[in-house]
Design a protein around this ligand. Structure first.
Ligand SMILES: Cc1cc2nc3c(=O)[nH]c(=O)nc-3n(C[C@H](O)[C@H](O)[C@H](O)COP(=O)(O)OP(=O)(O)OC[C@H]3O[C@@H](n4cnc5c(N)ncnc54)[C@H](O)[C@@H]3O)c2cc1C
Length: 452
């Protein structure tokens, strides 16, 4: 019999799920609902902020490109999107005796030692299910802040954890080294959106998309006593204008922060184990700014990440320009508590704070910035309420599986009707674009198997 499936959310997970269903079955129909007016979710390229710049406000790197499970390098190739291998180096912009200069990331023994200790802790714990490699107090010390920013397991490169600890539930780093990240010249968000939009051309009437927000999901209780009762196997979703749609099953890909806030009402309410799991899954903060200057200081070279301490609020700016960017453009990243605080500022205040620190660090008050800039505020974005997932550092021992169990719990279907999918539930690569895609595909596979 012809099956009908609903997917809620048109980010990487929703798109991955749609492809899997439509590829695997010749008759199944998919109806995808997306609350925003474009596909991609946390993969979003802004081409209007600065002329000629594809500003990736969400994901920018195709991570682990050589992992055979990662579809994005192949999708980029198939759709003719140019990729560039990320060979960016790293340097500190550091103040000594009142004067700023560049230094190598290994140049300051105190920072080096700190980074090394984090890495040693990580190495010695990496095969354990839970990992808290460093419990760091929130000290406003330049060296400590820079070391946290520089650590490959710290907030700047891998995660969005608040800085009272660095890494908990860091399961995925243990999975291996799959090559340098890739940039996508036209923007990773553009690629994801394009790939999603191709679904309509490829699958015609079997694929339908509605750009509306889902407010309610009604699903029947399903237990073994109802096994042979097909009537109990329906799910009904209600959109923002009150219209109802029915399907055999539904994949829900909206971010965990929205599920926690109950922006979608489940009838009946989500079973307790899901509610408890959601309590421990968080989305961290990550903020970016795209700026253009009248000239580039000579101390800034292409393809280097610079790390600069900001005293108040304390944190680290990481900025770089790539050789293919428009003239004098820099992209600035911040993460963790610093990003969280900046998300309370208005856009202009964040920009001014960076511009001020930067002018001081390059000792040039004549540096001017274009008034037009791009910035992000994922914490306040109503469609995500945060950047990407981490788990609360509970369990407090490296053998505790509590944190991972929360991710696993959400991956369990409810009564063969509701399947959760998204970056937060992929154990190998949570917090990534490919993790989200793979998770969407796995949920679709499970759903097809269960509802066949
Ligand atoms: C700043 C930032 C930097 C990142 N950097 C990288 C990186 O460099 N490399 C990498 O691999 N990953 C990175 N990530 C992570 C990556 O972007 C995400 O893991 C991935 O895009 C998540 O996909 P998803 O489908 O799980 O969720 P989402 O992309 O959030 O998709 C969920 C969709 O659901 C929609 N939605 C929400 N509520 C409703 C509703 N009620 N009804 C209908 N639709 C709804 C949303 O609009 C959204 O489109 C980054 C993320 C951020 C925010």
């Amino acid at each position: 019999m012809e099956k009908k499936y609903i997917i809620i959310g048109g980010g990487a997970a929703g798109i991955g799920a749609a492809y899997k269903i439509l590829e695997s079955s010749k008759t199944a129909k998919v109806h995808l609902f997306e609350a925003q007016s474009i596909l991609g979710g946390r993969a979003r390229t802004d081409v209007n902020a600065i002329k000629g710049l594809a500003f990736d406000k969400g994901c920018v790197y195709i991570q682990d490109p050589k992992n055979p499970k990662n579809p994005w390098p192949g999708i980029a190739k198939e759709l003719g999107f140019d990729t560039v291998v990320d060979n960016t180096g790293a340097e500190l912009r550091i103040k000594e005796n009142g004067i700023y200069r560049n230094d190598s990331i290994h140049g300051i023994p105190e920072i080096n030692e700190f980074v090394q200790s984090i890495e040693d802790q990580f190495e010695s714990h990496k095969d354990f299910p839970n990992l808290t490699v460093c419990c760091q107090p929130r000290v406003s010390d330049e060296h400590v802040q820079l070391a946290l920013g520089l650590s490959p397991y710290g907030p700047f490169t891998e995660s969005t954890e608040p800085w009272n600890y660095i890494a908990s539930d860091r399961f995925r780093e243990a999975t291996g080294n799959w090559g340098n990240n890739l940039f996508v010249r036209k923007g990773l968000g553009t690629l994801v959106r394009q790939y999603g939009e191709n679904l309509s051309n490829k699958y015609g009437k079997r694929f339908q998309i509605t750009y509306k927000s889902i407010k309610t999901i009604k699903y029947g209780h399903f237990d073994d006593s109802q096994k042979n009762d097909d009537q109990s196997r329906v799910v009904t979703v209600v959109d923002s204008s009150g219209q109802e749609y029915q399907a055999d099953a539904c994949i829900v890909t909206i971010p965990v922060s929205l599920l926690k806030k109950r922006t979608v009402q489940f009838i009946p309410p989500l079973p307790l184990p899901y509610q408890l799991a959601l309590k421990s899954l968080m989305l961290g903060s990550y903020k970016k700014i795209a700026v253009q200057l009248n000239k580039m200081p000579i101390d800034i070279k292409d393809d280097i990440n610079y790390y600069l301490y900001n005293e108040d609020p304390h944190g680290v700016w990481q900025y770089y320009r790539l050789s293919y960017f428009p003239k004098n453009v820099l992209i600035v990243h911040t993460a963790g508590n610093f990003a969280e605080q900046l998300d309370f500022f208005d856009e202009r205040a964040t920009f001014d704070l960076f511009a001020d620190s930067f002018k001081k660090a390059y000792n040039d008050q004549k540096l001017t910035f274009n008034r037009k800039f791009g910035t992000t505020n994922w914490d306040n974005n109503q469609y995500s309420l945060g950047a990407y997932s981490y788990t609360q550092p509970f369990g407090h021992s490296s053998t505790s599986t509590l944190a991972l169990d929360a991710r696993k719990q959400m991956a369990k279907p409810i009564g063969r009707l509701i399947y959760f999918a998204g970056e937060a539930y992929n154990l190998e690569a949570y917090g990534t674009l490919h993790g989200a895609y793979i998770d969407g595909q796995e949920a679709a596979e499970n759903m097809l198997r269960d509802t066949d």
